[in-house]
Design a protein around this ligand. Structure first.
Ligand code: HEC
Length: 223
């Protein structure tokens, strides 16, 4: 039962290991720990306040009528929550023609190209029911989707959804305005034009296949 021969290098190796264990680089980094004092700032704190207006990722932003389309009582807005202007309508028409006309058609009758290729046909924006709907309803449908139509909230920002909603109202008006509601010049132009029409074919909006942009007169398949 003799003792095993001792490795003469053993103490040296142990010493190396012990010294290596003394390296604390990962523990003592050049950083401030929570609540650590920092003389660099006047208040002496290392933790700084977030910049004003910072919204943390995932933090709920308090949503008002502008974001939801509903008033404080949960009713759909019946009025546009932004100022109506020519720019807003132009923007709305541009966005509508990009995002909505493929199904709803540029005239809003629900006969867009995707529908002609087999997608469910939406109700015409010129139906009695949608003529009578609140403007907040259009915003709500775009925001949350409706039946087979998916939500456009991720593709169309809030301001643009209101611009489209405003344009939808103008689009509806373009097909439903009564002569008396037109400015005098337009009224005369319509009356002059209608005297050239066949009997029984009254008013604006009765011509064409329904795929003309009422604002520009351009068809959606080319100009
Ligand atoms: C891919 C086709 C498609 C696109 C694009 C589309 N919609 Fe629709 N939309 C539909 C269909 C289909 C319905 C009817 C859904 C149903 O009844 O299931 C509908 C319904 C609606 C309705 C009426 C809801 C009702 O009460 O009948 C509104 C308003 C509407 N869409 C607005 C828009 C607007 C604004 C855009 C553009 C931001 C848009 N849609 C883009 C297909 C589309």
């Amino acid at each position: 039962m003799g003792r095993r021969p001792r490795n003469p290098l053993l103490p040296f190796l142990l010493g190396c290991l012990a010294l290596a264990g003394c390296r604390q680089d990962m523990h003592d980094q050049a950083k401030f720990e929570a609540y650590e004092h920092n003389a660099h700032f006047a208040d002496g704190r290392s933790a700084r306040q977030p910049v004003d207006g910072t919204v943390a990722r995932g933090e709920a932003v308090e949503a008002g009528p502008f974001e939801t389309g509903h008033d404080a009582n949960g009713q759909l807005l019946s009025e546009l929550p932004v100022a109506l202007s020519r720019e807003l309508l132009d923007r709305g028409r541009e966005r509508y023609n990009i995002f909505c006309s493929p199904c709803h058609s540029v005239a809003g009758d629900g006969n867009g190209m995707i529908v002609r290729r087999g997608f469910k046909q939406p109700e015409s924006f010129h139906s009695e029911r949608l003529l009578a709907s609140d403007i907040g309803y259009f915003f709500d449908v775009m925001t949350r989707g409706f039946g087979q139509m998916s939500s456009y909230a991720s593709q169309v920002p809030v301001e643009d959804r209101w611009a489209i909603a405003a344009y939808l109202r103008a689009l509806q008006f373009s097909q439903s305005a009564r002569l008396i509601e037109l400015p005098a010049g337009d009224r005369q132009a319509v009356m002059a034009a209608s005297t050239h029409q066949r009997p029984g074919n009254h008013g604006p909006g009765n011509h064409g296949p329904g795929n003309q942009d009422p604002a520009t007169g351009h068809g959606e398949d080319g100009h």
